[in-house]
Design a protein around this ligand. Structure first.
Ligand code: NAP
Length: 327
């Protein structure tokens, strides 16, 4: 099969598009024919070896990259129950210690069965490949960290990005009133289309003015996906005692908020109850995992570059899209 793998951690130069054997499932794994694999900021950390260091993983090479994806099961390990060849699932391969990583940037991936879930019925397999990490992290922030309640006024800062555009839809479904700070006119249009009640361009718009008009007495809660001055300025519009969640605790410094708000750092921690809840909310009505750009398997370097440039929603690699020859 074709895959993008590395023989050492490093910059874009370590990426190698090549042919490797289709993985065999370990007893607790399934093998998935990968239709779609999400690309996020964490993938660059994976390529550079920062994720392996963070999780204490002894790397074994070649290492096939890619931490989330979706597709049809083609083989099932001896100890797996409840999953069959032909099931369409989405899942994550976040860290692996047992074998060389057979990640999602490949035509087939070996995934622990307990890290797969049925694809929500109302999104395409292409979309599902880019739903899990940002979707579960958004939900962890909204439900477990912010404990968002019906009719509360919520600011989503970074609302046109991967996590943010999913958070806009999930928080609406949880009954919140959503104010979106998005990037660019195209980002504002996306946030409004996905259900934000009001949206402003956080790079060029009057964020404070729009925020004050929307939440005269201040926001009850905020989900912040971007560090830095712009989001910190926006947090001055929180009410006293307002809650602010940010998904990078212990990795980077917390945002600086007013002393009257509660800053709540968290990490995604994807588990079965969380993803079951995610599936339920996604399937409760129309839902869009917006794929701003898609790439072929041999264009992973371009996909990584796109992640750090202006983009809407998620970016995905489609391993079975028609591709140029193998080097
Ligand atoms: N701990 C976990 O488990 C976990 C899991 C997932 C994500 N995360 C973290 O969550 C963060 C967000 O992830 P993501 O996948 O959503 O990344 P992303 O797709 O890059 O989203 C960030 C968004 O913020 C926008 N933005 C930047 N400055 C802005 C401004 N001044 N006003 C309005 N929007 C602005 C960016 O717009 P442009 O398009 O212009 O760049 C982009 O759309 C990252 O730090 C990631 O590491 C953590």
């Amino acid at each position: 099969m074709r895959a993008t793998a590395i023989d050492r951690f490093g910059g874009p130069e370590v990426l190698s598009f090549r042919r490797i054997p289709v993985p065999e499932p370990a007893p607790d794994q399934v093998v998935v024919r990968v239709d779609s694999a999400g690309v996020g900021t964490w993938d660059i950390a994976e390529r550079e070896g920062r994720l392996a260091k963070m999780f204490g993983i002894q790397a074994r090479f070649p290492w096939t990259l890619g931490s989330e994806g979706a597709g049809e099961i083609t083989a099932v390990g001896d100890r797996v129950s409840g999953l069959r060849s032909g099931d369409v699932v989405y899942g994550t391969i976040w860290s692996t210690t047992a074998t060389t990583k057979a990640g999602f940037y490949a035509e087939y991936a070996a995934v622990d069965a307990n890290h797969t879930w049925p694809k929500p019925s109302n999104v395409t397999t292409e979309q599902a490949g880019a739903l899990l990490i940002d979707g579960a992290t958004a939900l962890r922030g909204l439900v477990d960290t912010l404990k968002l309640e019906q009719d509360e006024k919520l600011m989503v800062f970074g609302a046109s990005g991967g996590l943010g555009h999913l958070a806009v839809q999930l928080s609406r479904r949880l009954g919140a009133r959503v104010f979106a700070v998005a990037s660019g006119e195209d980002g504002v249009a996306l946030a409004l289309r996905l259900g934000a009640e009001e949206a402003v361009d956080g790079r060029a718009g009057d964020v404070l003015g729009s925020a004050h008009r929307f939440a005269q007495y201040g926001f009850d809660a905020a989900l912040v996906t971007v560090a830095g001055e712009a989001s910190e300025r926006a947090l001055t519009t929180m009410r006293e005692g307002g809650r602010v969640a940010y998904p990078w605790v212990n990795q980077r410094p917390p945002p600086k908020g007013p002393t009257t708000v509660r800053l709540l750092g968290y990490n995604g921690n994807i588990d079965r109850p969380l993803v079951s809840k995610l599936n339920g909310l996604v399937e409760a009505g129309a839902f869009e995992v917006h794929l701003g750009m898609t790439f072929k398997l041999d264009q992973l370097g371009d996909a990584y570059q796109a992640v750090t440039s202006h983009h809407l929603g998620r970016i995905a690699v489609l391993p079975h899209a028609e591709s140029v020859g193998v080097r």
